[in-house]
Design a protein around this ligand. Sequence first.
Ligand code: PMP
Length: 409
Amino acid sequence: MTAPTKRRNPLEFIADEIDDLKAKHLYRPLRVMSAAQGPVTVVDGREVISLSSNDYLGLTHHPRLREAALKATAEFGVGSGAVRTIAGTMTEHEQLEAELADFKGVEAVLTFQSGFTANTGVIPTITGEADLIVSDALNHASIIDGMRLSKAPRKIYPHKDVAALRELLQTAAADGRPDGAGPYRLVLVVTDGVFSMDGDIAPLPAIVEAAEEYGAAVFVDDAHASGVLGRNGRGSVDHFGLHGRVDIQVGTMSKAMGVLGGYVASTQALRELLIQRARPFLFSTSHPPADAAACREAIRVMLDEPWRIERLWASTRRFKAELTRLGFDTGRSETPITPLIVGDSELAIRFSGRLFEEGIFATSVVFPTVALDQARLRTIVTAALTDEHIDRALESFAKVGNELGIISG
Ligand code: PMP
């Protein structure tokens, strides 16, 4: 018998990749929170004012949601125990979907484990070789992955460029399928409602008009519009008064609703098809009952406490105005997502690090989440932050921004 030769580590390349990321200032260690998500939390052992969460309305720690989760746990246990199609559909799931459909003003809703799996579930389920997907260049990663999982060809239009979108739709309607097999079965226009890194809003009325003209369907991912735009946070369709004219809305329960999960709001027929075919729905376990119950309570709180969304927008307006006055570049943001664009990734990481030392948690976002020369801090002033918190954060932004030469004055 020959002695085994010393085995070369086949995973050696991983350490090299990490070294490479560090050398390019693209490596970001995980920050660990040891307190509840909230306006003030504890990160890596330091108490900080947080501008980094998507907890727009401050619901992650709301007493009514906590209570609902505890009650559901006491009654139903901690896990659902199966995928929905086997033994994992509980009354909490069904009630949540009915209540969401009512809230959104649509025929039916189906929930998924996350906004991410909602997108990767629905897009490949409803599109195939006979269809065309037309997508905004800055759509979220989960839309991109959903398209990758689909057999449908896809065309990308420059960010929010409705003239370019129109041209694509016109060509698609005139020429049909590239293999000469006739017209497309479905042309699906897909857009984020609010773009997650820049905080700008999709030109939904113009998109809907173009789609209607050429017989296309519209799909909007409202992850960052849910709880933020529209009456009580009903989303971008409500914000623009486009009820009945957007075919599919995807939402998330992980951001403004403060819990976890995604949903597809559309027709009863689509809900039925997704139950039969959508792979994350069929092959991954459903929400724990506590999550579903907390999401149900989140809807009620959004209806009962409209001051939260009002506070979110008032703080956002003041924060943005102050940042602009100080000389920061907040890009094209129109919503509570407020980027502070610095360009260079090393500078963004240093900016975030110095703010952290000052007690302000504002994470940097670098490539590949944004373009290489678009590194930034990404901030949200949630409804839970007080004016004093925001003033303290602004003071630190001014101090550190000057120190690092990002602003002058
Ligand atoms: N869509 C968009 C536009 C998002 O920003 C996000 C979250 N970053 C998602 C989908 C995914 O949502 P979730 O966190 O619920 O998976």
